[in-house]
Design a protein around this ligand. Structure first.
Ligand code: C2E
Ligand code: CA
Ligand code: CA
Ligand code: CA
Length: 277
């Protein structure tokens, strides 16, 4: 390689600036985090529209960095995807969610959904790893739900479809995440036996202001129900959105109006006491 002049590759080691430092994140930092138990799982409740009760929750990963504090997945999931480390991280999330749920089981446990990368769905033998992980913890797989995106399906529809079927055969529920943002195709709804469709926040945040988003949301809900799928609205932040989604017969709601993603002990409290909104 051509040697660069001194001035051309001067790297600023950002001792004071965390944001700059994060952009220097390397695969080895993520490996280190995984090996040193620095990942945490937060849970965001999903509320049943009819009963107002918390009926499930989404597991969302965070990185508790010893110096930077909590790092959001937006900062490191892309690198994890690129490097393929997302498969190990994903298995770590599955294992730890299952273990946590076994503890909750002594008191009260509700289904938990987990985001799964296309990389996992495409890896041969991932299903046997998954089967082992779930078996090892003794958790009933019916309490698990996996979220995949349309972009994940697009990576290799045939293989993703096969894995999806095996996941469903294990008794795990399947949902289509971020619906409406990717290369949406109604064919996906036909070829995958989804239990839930999650309508992306970008529609939900405008339903009370933008007629088109309202009509699209209404149509998605009707179509999903016609196909025996339930609908989750993501990113619900206002009571106006809640009211409209109730009128539209949406099934479950998730968003800051009810709760942000919270740590395990706060989530335990929510399970016991419910949430007021
Ligand atoms: P996602 O799967 O679409 O998750 C929903 C994101 O929206 C979460 O961000 C959540 O905190 C945020 N959110 C929820 N309600 C509201 C709301 O009312 N308003 C707003 N503005 N935001 C809301 P988070 O936790 O930062 O996660 C970002 C993305 O990172 C997730 O998007 C998902 O794609 C990915 N991710 C998170 N955890 C995992 C994981 O364990 N594995 C994989 N593969 N991806 C993950
Ligand atoms: Ca998700
Ligand atoms: Ca989503
Ligand atoms: Ca999203």
């Amino acid at each position: 390689a051509k040697e660069l002049g001194r001035d051309n590759y001067q790297i600023y080691l950002p001792s004071q600036n965390i944001e700059t430092y994060k952009s220097f994140l390397l695969e080895k930092d993520l490996r280190h985090a995984l090996a040193n138990d620095q990942f945490r799982i937060h849970y965001q409740p999903r509320v049943d529209v009819k009963t107002n009760k918390v009926v499930s929750a989404e597991a969302l990963i965070r990185w508790e960095h010893p110096e930077w504090g909590l790092v959001s997945p937006g900062e490191f999931i892309p690198l994890a995807e690129e490097s393929g480390l997302i498969i190990d991280i994903g298995n770590w999330v599955i294992l730890n969610v299952c273990k946590q749920m076994k503890k909750w089981e002594r008191n009260r446990v509700i289904p938990i959904s987990i985001n799964i990368s296309s990389k996992s769905f495409l890896k041969s033998n991932w299903i046997s790893d998954l089967t082992l992980i779930v078996k090892e913890t003794g958790l009933d797989p019916k309490l698990l739900e996996f979220e995949i995106t349309e972009n994940a399906i697009m990576q290799n529809e045939e293989v993703v479809q096969k894995t999806a079927k095996l996941v469903k055969d294990l008794g795990i529920k399947l949902s289509l995440d971020d619906f409406g943002t990717g290369f949406s195709s109604i064919t996906h709804l036909k070829h995958f036996n989804f239990d839930f469709i999650k309508i992306d926040r970008s529609f939900i945040q405008n339903i009370t202001a933008n007629k088109q988003d309202d009509i699209l949301t209404k149509s998605i809900i009707q179509m999903a129900h016609g196909l025996q799928m339930k609908v989750v609205a993501e990113g619900v932040e206002t009571t106006e959105q809640l009211r409209r989604l109730r009128e539209l017969d949406c099934d479950e709601l998730q968003g800051y109006l009810f709760s942000k993603p919270v740590g395990e002990s706060e989530f335990q409290r929510i399970l016991n006491e419910g949430i007021a909104y």
